[in-house]
Design a protein around this ligand. Structure first.
Ligand code: GLY
Ligand code: MN
Ligand code: MN
Length: 444
């Protein structure tokens, strides 16, 4: 994948931004420079195989293409960034394509044939230097001043929550790829295929191998939708298909999409509830304003979900009381969403400043991954859910609040598993831009 006429100039601005950010953070944190590694594949214990390799996110932010292991980026204020690319000659494996294209003009690029040569190409005296990434055996002799020093890493993580226009465009494209996959998987479900068939249809339509996925696909029919990270797929279709929850993403030059859709096989209660949750999710997204707290959005979604549970006569209690008693969490047990970017659950959602001060996790919402105020440049997911999870609901039968639950309706809905609707939202100066809905619209 290469930069085109749109991404090329956006990358140039992105590079300029990164360089000035790194230079000012290195000055503030008193480092002479920093070395970022691409990382290398981890060996499986007792085996001659490795875990799938993914380039480290800090390195990927600068280096858009090529899965080069044991390569290094050398950033030193006042100097052009150096890219030392480990480009092995290897008749056992295919070597990554050598870096090429206009983006390489921003670096002093050298390609070396061995890991040792890559390590040897690093600056000689490193006592004033920071190193970011997993240090590998080739670097044992190197005397870095700090390995993943907290001050610099926190500051970089903090700033990663604000995306550049280049990064947003990559995520727009990742969403378009994933949307095509969702459409193909839905066609497989509608054609009475199995979970595995729906997954394979997704993979074929997105033209990715599984190691490129930003996270393992969740392809869940019927009650499997109640397992939040369901990732084992039946190879046979169920006797009766009731519902389909698919949470599946895509990667574009290292940037992730993370999309969930839920579909009902037929009209009826589950279908109506799904439609209403979809509307509540869109309504919440349209209410997003710069400066508001993401925690408040999460609370607003709880109240909205509680309102649906009441309207559908699943729970007979006021939404406020459902929130207060924790009952809404039994149906919506996870967080509203998370920052997304180079990692599907991107960094920086729980720190309040570049120094890395940790924001207190609200005790009622232990799984909420974004505690920050909404800022221009954020890209985060909005992913409410309503689930019928036996492990969470059954214990309520013997509690006071359990008397408010319509257990007959819960029993009727349990075979459908659950509902999740997840979009990726970019916060622009002029308000929220829904990357996911736009991507689905572009398919038509
Ligand atoms: N697919 C993982 C998540 O939605 O966070
Ligand atoms: Mn997500
Ligand atoms: Mn997801």
């Amino acid at each position: 994948m290469e930069h085109d006429e749109l991404l090329g100039p956006l990358y140039a601005d992105h590079h300029t931004y990164l360089l000035s950010l790194y230079e000012s953070l290195l000055e503030e944190t008193h480092w002479d420079g920093v070395i970022l590694t691409s990382g290398c594949a981890a060996a499986k214990f007792g085996d001659d195989q490795c875990h799938p390799f993914r380039v480290s996110p800090g390195y990927r932010q600068w280096v858009p293409c090529g899965d080069h292991e044991s390569s290094y980026l050398v950033i030193r204020p006042g100097h052009r960034p150096r890219l030392i690319c480990h480009q092995p000659e290897d008749y056992w494996h295919v070597s990554p394509t050598p870096p090429s294209g206009p983006w390489t003009d921003h670096f002093d690029l050298s390609c070396v044939p061995t890991r040792v040569a890559a390590a040897e190409a690093l600056p000689g005296r490193l006592s004033g230097w920071a190193f970011i990434g997993e240090p590998t055996a080739d670097l044992r002799a190197k005397d870095f001043g700090g390995v993943n020093p907290q001050g610099l890493v926190s500051a970089l993580n903090f700033h990663r929550t604000v995306k550049t226009p280049y990064e947003v465009e990559c995520m727009r494209r990742a969403n378009r790829i994933a949307a095509a996959g969702h459409r193909a998987a839905l066609a497989a479900f509608r054609a009475d295929k199995s979970e595995l068939d729906a997954h394979l249809a997704y993979m074929a339509a997105t033209r990715q191998t599984e190691t490129r996925l930003p996270y393992a696909n969740i392809v869940a029919f019927n009650e499997h939708g109640a397992t939040l990270h369901y990732d084992v797929f039946d190879s046979e279709p169920p006797p009766e298909s009731l519902s389909f929850l698919i949470d599946a993403g895509a990667d574009y030059l290292g940037y992730a999409a993370d999309i969930t859709r839920t579909h009902a096989a037929t009209d009826g209660l589950f279908s109506d509830l799904t439609e209403q949750l979809d509307e509540a999710q869109r309504c919440l997204i349209s209410s997003i304003e710069i400066g508001m707290s993401y925690v408040d959005l999460h609370v607003a979604m709880h109240l909205s979900i509680a309102g649906l549970l009441k309207r559908f006569m699943i729970v007979d209690m006021s939404p406020e009381a459902m929130l207060e008693s924790g009952l809404s969490s039994a149906f919506f047990p996870h967080g509203l969403g998370h920052h997304i970017g180079l990692q599907v659950h991107d960094v920086g959602g729980k720190i309040s400043d570049p120094a890395g001060r940790v924001i207190d996790q609200p005790s009622s919402f232990p799984f909420l991954r974004n505690l920050r105020p909404v800022s221009v440049g954020n890209v985060f997911t909005i992913e409410p859910g309503i689930y019928f999870i036996g492990q969470l609901l059954q214990p309520l039968r013997s509690k006071a609040e359990g008397s408010a639950i319509n257990w007959d309706l819960v029993s009727e809905l349990m075979p459908c598993g659950g509902i999740r609707i997840e979009d990726d939202v970019y916060v622009s100066e002029s308000g929220p831009e829904n990357l996911t809905r736009d991507a689905f619209a572009s398919l038509r």
